[in-house]
Design a protein around this ligand. Structure first.
Ligand code: HEC
Ligand code: HEC
Ligand code: HEC
Length: 165
């Protein structure tokens, strides 16, 4: 009888210590993974349903930004100056029936800085890059991002957007 009582006390004490250990580890873990200084602490998750969709049904991040639904941080480094935005469309003429491609700098420079593309992915001169659909599909030029971090190549008309007269 006496031993049963000892066992119970021992079991409950062990349980208490285990609980404390888990609590300690979880607080230590959240502190270690706290966002760097300057990053707002309270960030709300945005429900997927309220994000605008493009013609193919994928999230339209450009619209989400312009409608103010999302406000991405300029940079994780609060001291970094904001990246410049330019409004410059480049048209890639496409042979055949397919609409020409319009590359818009405006939405890209809202997300990216010039050096993300110039000069490594694109020489900074209209017509200077020998872009083909095959190279894009192989992951060069536009294919460095589209299909990976930006909307997929299967959405032809979001790039081939300028119909021929
Ligand atoms: C997502 C990639 C990307 C980013 C980011 C980007 N550009 Fe470009 N840029 C292009 C492409 C594509 C072209 C056209 C290249 C071609 O026609 O071969 C171009 C062309 C240019 C040209 C040549 C225009 C002409 O008429 O010859 C200038 C100038 C330029 N970009 C400036 C900038 C500046 C300034 C920034 C940053 C504010 C910037 N670009 C950011 C992709 C980009
Ligand atoms: C360095 C990465 C990168 C490269 C290279 C790049 N893009 Fe993008 N592009 C993006 C991102 C990021 C977005 C915004 C997110 C999205 O729409 O998925 C975007 C959006 C777009 C949009 C949507 C614009 C809007 O107003 O809705 C078009 C069109 C586009 N890109 C065309 C191109 C074309 C054409 C090329 C090649 C000449 C290209 N992009 C190269 C990253 C890139
Ligand atoms: C991310 C933007 C983007 C998407 C999405 C895209 N294209 Fe293209 N496409 C381009 C660019 C840029 C060119 C180069 C234009 C040129 O010939 O100078 C091109 C060229 C082409 C050409 C001309 C011949 C060649 O090979 O260069 C064809 C055909 C073509 N694309 C078909 C398609 C089809 C079909 C789809 C959808 C399955 C598609 N593209 C999706 C950007 C895109």
């Amino acid at each position: 009888m006496g031993t049963k009582w000892i066992h119970r006390t021992f079991f409950l004490t062990a349980l208490l210590f285990f609980g404390l250990l888990v609590f300690y580890l979880s607080t230590a873990y959240t502190q270690q993974n706290a966002p760097p200084q300057g990053v707002p602490q309270k960030q709300q998750a945005i429900p997927l349903q309220i994000l605008p969709k493009d013609n193919a049904g994928n999230v339209d991040w450009v619209k989400a930004l312009s409608q103010g639904i999302i406000k991405p941080l300029e940079s994780l480094d609060p001291d970094r100056p904001p990246t410049p935005v330019i409004d410059l469309d480049i048209v890639f003429k496409v042979k055949g029936e397919l609409p020409d491609v319009v590359y818009p700098h405006y939405p890209h420079t809202q997300w990216l800085s010039c050096s993300n593309c110039h000069p490594k992915i694109f020489i900074m001169q209209a017509g200077a890059n020998k872009v083909t659909m095959k190279k894009i599909e192989e992951g060069q030029f536009c294919g460095r991002c589209h299909g990976i971090v930006a909307f997929p190549l299967s959405n032809c008309t979001r790039c081939h957007s300028k119909p021929k007269r």
